[in-house]
Design a protein around this ligand. Structure first.
Ligand SMILES: CC(C)(COP(=O)([O-])OP(=O)([O-])OC[C@H]1O[C@@H](n2cnc3c(N)ncnc32)[C@H](O)[C@@H]1OP(=O)([O-])[O-])[C@@H](O)C(=O)NCCC(=O)NCCSC(=O)C[C@@](C)(O)CC(=O)[O-]
Length: 299
């Protein structure tokens, strides 16, 4: 299969990247990060998460973030909404797109959102219904598609089942999360083969963490299969509060460098993106986990 001509990057740094930080990060720093990402040409930014502040304290300023944004034309600013309470709050803040998040692992679902996979899907139905009424598109996430911190291996058939359920209930796109980064190109391809039998490839996105250093290789593998939407996080920020040891998402700078090398268009200014990665890692006192970002900063 040929590579796609264009790839859409979904920048999850302000949400997935920051949600796990234990030291509070100023809302202004989050807003500046989001603005810099937009200025670098990113067209889709997951800006906040309307979850319980008791569960994820770092996202407690979701209202301030969503209402404080300097919205740029052509940029979508999205938020996670696990239930109706989160959705209603996000709608009050003028959100234009939201995401629900489920898992292919029962144990992870319990730890992450305090319910079974079946209960989570039932909980998402009214979220989809209300979002449809409000004219807001809903993305769906499936966590643990290539392994679970509690259950180990996850069957591709289970990933396909949950992905299909999200697609059938109206999620316009399903993002496949290798939450703990244990996948390899072969397992990533096998999982995608199974899922794409039930959900069209153009409705799928890859959301790979780089814990085992496999994310770029895995992305190359799924690009070959036809994936054209990639989630990433500037400077490779992140980790998951409910997946111990999980490191960040694949770094956005590394993904853009890969795509540039393949002649795939993204519309993103790599130098500006790398400068954003340097800035945010200094601002929050974290190492820059983007190899490309570090290399460009050293030139
Ligand atoms: C889903 C719940 C809320 C269920 O949590 P629960 O305790 O079962 O919910 P509840 O309905 O019983 O409510 C308990 C309390 O939470 C409040 N509450 C209830 N809902 C909300 C809301 N939306 N916003 C704010 N507050 C809320 C509610 O009002 C109540 O407050 P209290 O009466 O105790 O003061 C909880 O488990 C939760 O917030 N979990 C968050 C998990 C999370 O954010 N995880 C990280 C994101 S997922 C991820 O990173 C993976 C992904 C997407 O990136 C892909 C990948 O890499 O795999």
């Amino acid at each position: 299969m040929a590579f796609p001509k264009q790839v859409r990057l979904v920048e999850v740094g302000p949400r997935d990247g920051l949600q796990n930080e234990s030291t509070p990060i100023a809302t202004d720093t989050k807003l500046e990060l989001i603005d810099r990402l937009g200025a670098a040409g990113i067209r889709y930014i997951e800006a906040a998460s309307f979850v319980s502040p008791k569960w994820v304290p770092q996202m407690a300023d979701h209202r301030e973030v969503m209402t404080g944004l300097k919205r740029r034309d052509g940029v979508t600013y999205a938020a996670l909404t696990p239930n109706l309470k989160g959705l209603e709050a996000a709608l009050e803040c003028g959100v234009e797109e939201v995401a629900v998040f489920g898992a292919a692992s029962e144990a992870f679902s319990q730890k992450n959102i305090n319910c079974s996979v079946a209960e989570s899907l039932a909980r998402f139905e009214p979220v989809l219904e209300r979002a449809r009424e409000a004219g807001v598109r809903v993305r769906g996430y499936v966590s643990c598609v290539l392994g679970c911190p509690y259950e180990g291996e996850i069957a591709p058939a289970k990933v396909a089942e949950v992905s299909k359920a999200l697609h059938d209930m109206g999620c316009y796109e399903v993002s496949l999360g290798d939450t703990i980064g244990t996948g390899t190109p072969l397992t990533a391809k096998r999982m995608l083969e199974a899922v794409s039998r039930d959900v069209p490839m153009e409705k799928l996105a890859a959301h790979f963490h780089d814990t085992y250093g496999q994310a770029i290789a895995n992305l190359y593998a799924v690009l070959e299969e036809g994936i054209a939407v990639i989630d990433s996080s500037v400077a490779g920020l992140g980790g998951c509060p409910y997946a111990k040891g999980a490191s960040g998402n694949v770094a956005s700078e590394d993904v853009v460098y890969l795509l540039n090398g393949l002649g795939i268009e993204t519309g993103i200014d790599l130098d500006k993106l790398a400068a954003t990665g340097t800035w945010i890692t200094h601002a929050i006192g974290r190492p820059n986990r983007s190899k490309v970002g570090v290399a460009l900063a050293a030139r």
